[in-house]
Design a protein around this ligand. Structure first.
Ligand code: MD6
Ligand code: FE
Length: 208
């Protein structure tokens, strides 16, 4: 496996986890999933303010948000009503390598960034089981990723996530606040139309 940087306890960055050929293969898997489950614009609970990131999912559950029902996981696409496509095998392999011993992932959130998209600091806490890590893989343009502690307002660190990098939030960092400050447009040639794809795999329900 590629080398690992422990950014903070439980925050592990694996630069170059996927080589170029593996990135291209995963890109093609995700473009196929997006053909079945087209990107949608999530909206903030209550206010209905749109996210700047577009999203889709694969796996038995997908993360969605709208004004009326807020943040949640559901088995179907919010616009087409179809079940989400399966998590591609090469992503399940990455989960096995990066979250050894964890029960299988149930959701893979696909975040799509154009040059102007951002993601505010947040915790991923909509999962009934927060004992498993979250495993993230990035494709395309690099991002400035920011991570802090489990309470809002504490110190944060920021670093670049490039195409092919993996990141895990585990153990003491599972509920760490994190977000994406900016995208470095034109920093990768992987995606024909530019932009960035981030994939986060999650265990959602408690394993039996
Ligand atoms: C992103 N990532 O990189 C957003 N969440 O576009 C996340 O929100 C994230 O990278 C949980 C664990 C790892 C992550
Ligand atoms: Fe997150």
């Amino acid at each position: 496996m590629s080398s690992v940087l422990e950014i903070a306890p439980g925050v592990r960055h694996y630069p170059g986890f996927l080589d170029r050929a593996a990135q291209a293969a995963l890109r093609d898997d995700i473009l196929a999933a997006l053909a079945a489950a087209p990107p949608f614009v999530p909206r903030m609970p209550r206010t209905g303010k749109p996210f700047s990131v577009r999203m889709s999912n694969c796996g038995p559950l997908g993360w969605v948000s709208d004004a009326r029902l807020g943040y949640r996981y559901q088995p179907t696409h919010p616009e087409t009503g179809a079940p989400w496509p399966p998590i591609p095998a090469r992503l399940v392999d990455a989960w096995a390598a990066l979250a050894p011993g964890a029960p299988p992932p149930e959701a893979c959130l696909i975040n799509l960034y154009d040059a102007a998209a951002r993601m505010g600091l947040h915790q991923d806490r909509d999962e009934a089981d927060v004992s498993a890590p979250i495993v993230s893989l990035s494709l395309g343009d690099a991002a400035l990723f920011r991570v802090g502690g489990a309470t809002r307002g504490g110190p944060t660190r920021a670093f670049r996530l490039a195409s092919g990098d993996a990141l895990t939030l585990a153990g003491p960092a599972r509920l760490a606040f994190h977000g994406v400050d900016r995208i470095y447009a034109g920093s990768s040639t992987l995606l024909a139309e530019g932009g960035r794809i981030n994939l986060t795999m999650r265990r959602v329900t408690k394993a039996a």
